[in-house]
Design a protein around this ligand. Sequence first.
Ligand SMILES: Nc1ncnc2c1ncn2[C@@H]1O[C@H](CO)[C@@H](O)[C@H]1OP(=O)(O)O
Ligand SMILES: [Mg+2]
Length: 283
Amino acid sequence: MEDPWKREFEFAVEVARKAGAEIRKAGESEIRVMTKSCTVDLVTKTDERVEKIIIGSLKEEFGEGTHCFIGEESVAKGEACVLTDKPTWIIDPVDGTTNFVHGFPFVAVSIGFAVNKELEFGVVYSCLEDKMYKAQKGKGAFCNDEPIQVSDVQDIKKSIIISEHGVDRSPEKVTKIFSTMQKILCIPVHGLRGSGTAATNMCLVACGAVEAFFEIGIHCWDIAAGAVIVKEAGGLLLDVNGGPFDLMSRRMVSANSDTIAQRIIKEIEIFPVVRDDALVQKK
Ligand SMILES: Nc1ncnc2c1ncn2[C@@H]1O[C@H](CO)[C@@H](O)[C@H]1OP(=O)(O)O
Ligand SMILES: [Mg+2]
């Protein structure tokens, strides 16, 4: 079958590479840090500039009328975060901003593309490692052009699981997050990890370095691209309650297999979050 989104996919890879080069360069000079929702929710001029570069390049190439854009920093400034049937780019210019600010070496550019609310392709460029992860629906997943596959480990006791703790430090939420982590750690699993970027975490599931990554609180731009990459590498995505994955719900389990996913889901203590598409628009 003809590939209707080939041009968009190839362009996304090039834009991600260009954005990653900008991030690397910016990391060499002083980084000016600002905050968003709270003192640990960081943003830099680089996040804003790189998002402008990405969206600007895409608009120039594909026009503004037919394509829609959901970008982390544009939403922070009040743009809509609603997925329609139109071709929609879902962008995190700097995933792992806290890592970027501290020089912790995992920072990714994440570009997902959905049509009719279904993800068609995803590109994650882990720019400090120079790893380009990409996948198109039905065409497999790749890292630097080599095919990648999820791990075949089915025994949770032989797994490594990733989770993160987000930016909400209210004691009730932190208690739930750590209680879940404690229960999983004590199954026991081989280890718990976290790279500090959701997009990279998903690529670690996709290439078989870990068996699963789950989180409550992530946003659509953190995981849109990674979702395609995990699926195309043979993995699966679920809601944290075991139901179907919903990109806008801010809840996700990505895993190499249903067995591993269900075992983790048994332990997850769910707490409420406001859906991405329920965020109040400021514009
Ligand atoms: N409120 C939140 N809760 C959980 N994860 C969040 C979050 N806000 C951002 N993240 C993302 O989760 C990972 C670390 O927890 C990063 O990918 C980070 O993306 P960011 O660096 O683009 O903000
Ligand atoms: Mg992010």
